[in-house]
Design a protein. Structure first.
Length: 230
C-alpha cells in the first residue's frame, strides 16, 4: 500500500480522490485550508486511514510547516489538486480582467503545486517509485482554443509547462511526473451541468496514476487514460 498526499481534499475531486485511495487501503494525507470546517473529510478520516492536515498551497510558511510536520515521512504519491477558478467568467476575458483574482489563481494553481512539490522532495525521495501528479485542465492546452476563463486557463498552461520541464529534471532522481485533465466534473467549479461525477473522475485518475512510470513521465492524460494534446 502507498502513502498518498492530496491537496484540496475537503471537497469535489480532492475529496473523491481521498475516498478512493482510502477505500482501497492506502494511507492518505488529506490537506485542506480549514480542517475544522471539513465535515465530510473528517467523517471519512474517522472510518479510514486518513490524516487531515492544514495547508494553504499559496502560503510559503504553511507549506514549510507541512514539510516540517512530515519531516520523517515517506511519500509515494503527491497529488496537486487544490485550485481556484480565477473569478467569474465575465471578469477574465480578452477585454476585462480582475487582476487580483488572476494573481490569486496563479498563486494557487501554478505556484502552489510547485511550492508543495519542492518542499516535499525529501519525503518523495524516500519512496521506491515516487510520483508527482498535478490535476490540470484541458483549458490549459495550447492546442484547444476555447475563449473563456482566460485567467484560469493561463494558470493551467503555465502549470503544464513547468511540470513538463520538471519531469525531465526529476527523472534521473527516480521521480515520475504526470498531468491529468479530470474531465468536466460536477463540482462547485464545474457546475451541476457537467458530464461526470467526482467519484467517476477520481476512479479514472487513480488508474492513470497507477500506470505512471519513469517511462511515461512528463505526459498529459485525460482522466480516462487517453493521452491529451498539449
Amino acid at each position: 500500500m502507498s502513502t498518498v498526499l492530496v491537496t484540496g481534499a475537503s471537497r469535489g475531486i480532492g475529496l473523491a480522490l481521498t475516498t478512493a485511495y482510502a477505500e482501497r487501503g492506502d494511507t492518505v494525507l488529506a490537506c485542506c485550508r480549514a480542517p475544522n470546517d471539513a465535515a465530510p473529510l473528517q467523517a471519512l478520516a474517522a472510518r479510514h486511514p486518513v490524516t487531515v492536515l492544514a495547508l494553504r498551497v499559496d502560503d510559503a510558511e504553511s507549506v514549510a510547516a507541512l514539510a516540517r510536520q512530515l519531516a520523517s515521512a515517506t511519500l509515494d504519491i503527491l497529488i496537486n489538486n487544490a485550485g481556484v477558478s480565477g473569478g467569474p467568467l465575465e471578469s477574465q476575458t480578452a477585454t476585462t480582467m480582475d487582476f487580483g483574482a488572476w494573481a490569486e489563481a496563479f498563486a494557487v494553481n501554478t505556484m502552489g503545486p510547485v511550492r508543495v512539490m519542492q518542499a516535499l522532495l525529501p519525503q518523495l525521495h524516500r519512496a521506491r517509485s515516487p510520483k508527482v501528479v498535478s490535476i490540470t485542465s484541458q483549458l490549459g492546452a495550447l492546442s484547444l482554443d476555447l475563449t473563456l476563463a482566460y485567467g484560469y486557463s493561463s494558470t493551467k498552461a503555465a502549470l503544464n509547462k513547468f511540470m513538463r520541464l520538471a519531469a525531465a529534471d526529476l527523472k534521473p532522481q527516480g521521480i515520475a511526473v504526470g498531468l491529468i485533465h479530470p474531465g468536466w466534473v460536477k463540482t462547485d467549479m464545474g457546475g451541476t451541468g457537467a458530464e461526470i461525477t467526482p467519484a467517476t473522475s477520481a476512479a479514472g485518475i487513480v488508474n492513470v496514476v497507477d500506470e505512471l512510470t519513469l517511462d511515461t513521465t512528463g505526459r498529459f492524460w485525460k482522466w480516462n487514460g487517453e493521452p491529451h494534446d498539449w
